[in-house]
Design a protein around this ligand. Structure first.
Ligand SMILES: Nc1nc2c(c(=O)[nH]1)N[C@H]1C(S)=C(S)[C@@H](COP(=O)(O)O)O[C@H]1N2
Ligand SMILES: [Mo]
Length: 329
């Protein structure tokens, strides 16, 4: 009797289990010297993470990630080509470092992302502080190829690795009174020179309505192109909400809080007439200073039409039934 019939065929990304990707991730980390073979076995058996014994030397600092970028697909579900790893990692908005898109990679190169914890609390029955390792052990990583559409009218197609935000929210058990989710980026002006600028009300903050946050397309990303997330793209963990303008996808998160009131968010606080709380991609609603009808796909010549909800209309339109999307921009 034949076994492993599927072995000769490539496994579609939809069938790669979170666990196998999780183990791949551990392989990356092992290759980088972050985890030992011993802790790999422990994590694989019990989903536990190891704490170094008192007096043991600190884990080596990662200075270089030498694994090659890889993705299981070459296009998104619409047939649009993936943006190159080089473009994704050298054209960034991460104002905590600099407002110069081409300068983020260099300035964030030594950003320390281990150890890292996320505090999840507010209106929940099970508040908890997680390490990124806890989250990887619990939720694993899946590949999700998503379009990213910046409010500045450029876009990319990015093969993220991560897990659904809903999984984490379910685990902390939102109270019935919770209606919104608030997110906060790390505040660390020693490492983030842009935070010394008094022009922005740091830390960077964002928010979603709870039902938006529970939507299966909303993920917490921990990797990209099969590699751990590089600092410039929001390491070690960032939100990705593909049907909204890119600024909603907050990077390097340290805090998540459930609330019953719409949270204040950074861009909305700075200019509420330009950056709404919802900020769903909408070609029919112009930014006060430019049209949102078309966009420049990084790596492509010319412009392409912007799609309603960034092409995820079928999946997410029902979240906004009965809402005036011009008023609730
Ligand atoms: N903390 C933080 N998150 C952030 C930003 C930022 O400046 N700081 N920029 C946002 C904007 S405007 C965009 S378009 C995306 C860009 O993500 P990328 O650099 O990984 O493509 O991150 C978003 N998340
Ligand atoms: Mo953006």
């Amino acid at each position: 009797m034949k076994t492993n019939l599927f072995k000769s065929k490539p496994i579609p990304s939809s069938e790669i289990t979170p666990e196998s990707l999780y183990l791949n991730r551990r392989e990356f980390l092992k290759a980088l010297g972050i985890v030992s073979a011993g802790s790999l076995i422990l994590a694989a058996c019990g989903g536990r993470t190891t704490t170094p014994a008192a007096g043991s030397p600190p884990a080596p600092t990662v200075t270089q990630d030498t694994t090659a970028p890889s993705a299981s697909a070459t296009t998104d579900e619409l047939g649009d080509a993936l943006t190159s790893y080089d473009d994704i990692t050298n054209y960034n908005n991460f104002y905590e470092f600099t407002t110069d898109k081409a300068g983020v990679a260099r300035l964030s190169k030594n950003f320390k992302t281990t150890p890292w914890t996320i505090e999840v609390g507010g209106m929940v029955n099970n508040p908890k502080t997680y390490s990124v390792d806890d989250l990887l052990a619990k939720f694993g990583q899946q590949e999700r190829v998503y379009r990213l559409r910046c409010v500045e009218a450029w876009s990319m197609v990015i093969p993220w690795m991560g897990f659904e935000l809903a999984g984490l929210l379910n685990e902390v058990e939102p109270m019935a009174s919770a209606k919104y989710v608030y997110f906060e980026t790390i505040l660390d002006e020693k490492q983030m020179p842009g935070q010394k600028s008094g022009l922005y009300p740091w830390p960077y903050t964002e928010g979603l309505r709870l039902d938006e946050a529970m939507h299966p397309l909303a993920i917490l990303a921990t990797g990209m192109y099969g590699k751990p997330l590089p600092p410039q793209d929001g390491a070690p963990i960032r939100l990705v909400v593909p049907w909204k303008y890119g600024f909603k996808s907050i990077k390097s998160i340290v805090k998540i809080e459930l609330t019953d009131k719409q949270p204040a968010t950074m861009w909305n606080t700075i200019a509420s007439n330009e950056y709404g709380f919802y900020s769903n991609v909408n070609p029919e609603v112009s930014h006060p200073r430019w049209s949102q009808a078309s966009e420049r796909r990084i790596g492509e010549a010319g412009r392409r039409k912007t799609l309603m909800f960034n092409g995820y209309e079928e999946d997410v339109a029902s979240l906004y039934t009965g809402m005036d999307l011009k008023m609730n921009y």
